[in-house]
Design a protein around this ligand. Structure first.
Ligand code: 5GP
Ligand code: ZN
Length: 110
């Protein structure tokens, strides 16, 4: 998708710190981390948001990858977040899962 920053990261047009990659998904470190551990996990295919999602296989595969990506912090715990729409503050319209950890996370999030 043209002008999508995460598609540009997928196509290596923008450099980023990649934690995991395969043919279907990419995990990379957030440029503005909100916790000591802050990964973004995305499908390589452009899907605008969770409301546009039709492919149950890709979301299943992505969810199953979280266990591997969080192995260093899973003992202390972590949070996954999917923002959608104006009230969530979502800024990038390519489906992404935030994985946050490495500190005590406030709940409710506010
Ligand atoms: P949203 O608010 O849309 O759920 O989150 C988008 C996230 O993408 C933000 O946490 C923001 O810091 C991150 N982000 C935006 N542009 C870039 C970028 O070019 N590289 C990386 N690594 N993260 C980005
Ligand atoms: Zn995209």
């Amino acid at each position: 998708m043209e002008n999508c920053i995460f598609c540009k990261i997928v196509h290596k047009e923008i450099k980023t710190n990649i934690a995991y990659e395969d043919e279907k998904m990419l995990a990379f470190y957030d440029i503005n981390p909100q916790a000591p551990f802050h990964l973004l996990l995305i499908p390589k295919k452009h899907i605008t948001d969770i409301l546009s999602l039709e492919d149950k296989d890709i979301i299943g595969e992505i969810m199953l990858k979280i266990k591997e990506l969080t192995k260093d912090i899973s003992q202390s715990g972590f949070r996954i977040v999917i923002n959608c729409g104006k009230d969530s503050g979502c800024e990038v319209f390519h489906l992404h899962i935030h994985i946050l950890g490495g500190r005590r996370l406030n709940w409710p999030p506010g």
